[in-house]
Design a protein around this ligand. Sequence first.
Ligand SMILES: *Cc1c(COP(=O)(O)O)cnc(C)c1O
Length: 396
Amino acid sequence: MKFDQSGVKALMDITPRPELVFVRGQGAWLEDHLGKRYLDFVQGWAVNCLGHCPPELTQALNAQSELLVNPSPAFYNTPSMELAKRLTGASCFDRIFFANSGAEANEGAIKLARKWGRVKRNGAYKIITFDHSFHGRTLATMSASGKPGWDTMFAPQVDGFPKAGLNDLDSVRALVDDKTVAIMLEPVQGEGGVIPATREFMQGLRKLADEHGLLLIVDEVQTGMGRTGTLFAYEQTGVTPDIMTLGKGIGAGVPLAALCAREEVCVFAYGDQGGTYNGNPLMTAVGVAVFDTLTAPGFLEAVNARAQQLSEGLLALSAKWGMKGERGTGLLRALILDRDDAVAMVDTARDWTPKGLLLNAPRPSLLRFMPALNVTAEEIDLMLAMLDDVVAKVRA
Ligand SMILES: *Cc1c(COP(=O)(O)O)cnc(C)c1O
């Protein structure tokens, strides 16, 4: 197949892309228009938790597409109720609103917190968020994010997101005033470079929130659905949040996200929240299949075993090449380089022949690994061997 230059010109140019087109995927592997195969440790940015085109996903899509696709969100449908029951049953949350993207789920969380502040906290509306955090690309979620420059890029920004430092409780406390309604964070900052919030910090936030009557919101769009080795990352912190958002892995590749809240917080009145595609049975049927796969006996144990293997392999590689170690939780990990050649490694790994390797560099000196949660031990060993070759070539 030829590379389609006229197709490139027809697309809005929003990011630099390599001159290749992926035409099929299976498990840990992608194949491009020339038939070259790539071992994929990006998996759609931690989205394809069961790999490319897993049978669980295609079967759920096929079966549901022949049954019912869109009755409208103004009516109940079975898959959305089934998935909501599973999520509430497996978490500390009582009610679910389904969305189509992580950003939309976070918008819902922000709206819910502001509504709660209006109803219960005398009009409090500010949500403390964190430097280097990432919550999405809508106007409000960009303002909530702590990426440098994002607050002014599409000025005027959405007001009310003061920024604190992750793992610095005093910096959070210093921002609390009578207009503060919530604290919102990722249990592990993903785009920020795989930086976990410590257990002590999470517990300190919960205590601070309780003292001041604030909501604690966890953005688990990247960390949720088994990515960190438990179904939700907050389970490892010993705290009970008030609101959680899910995205990415919950749909295993199809657009599905969720806003989860405890009963006391569910203050939306009719008309406050909604959306044309929200909770549609085609996507939520996939969500049910994904949930049942992740919670089957042995699945999360295997995630933790693979996580340990990956962690040890990255540490060995780091020691061999004089790098600065690795970090992460579960199968969301990062190799910390000793110099700014992460982008060169990503490019070299992708262009490697005969087989390529897909990696991600969220920072100039950091490589991020987000394989499918059902990645095999052999695939991890192969990735580590390929990466070793790539490092040798880049640093030759
Ligand atoms: C990816 C991500 C989002 C945004 O999700 P979209 O589906 O791209 O809108 C929000 N928060 C976190 C933590 C993410 O990793």
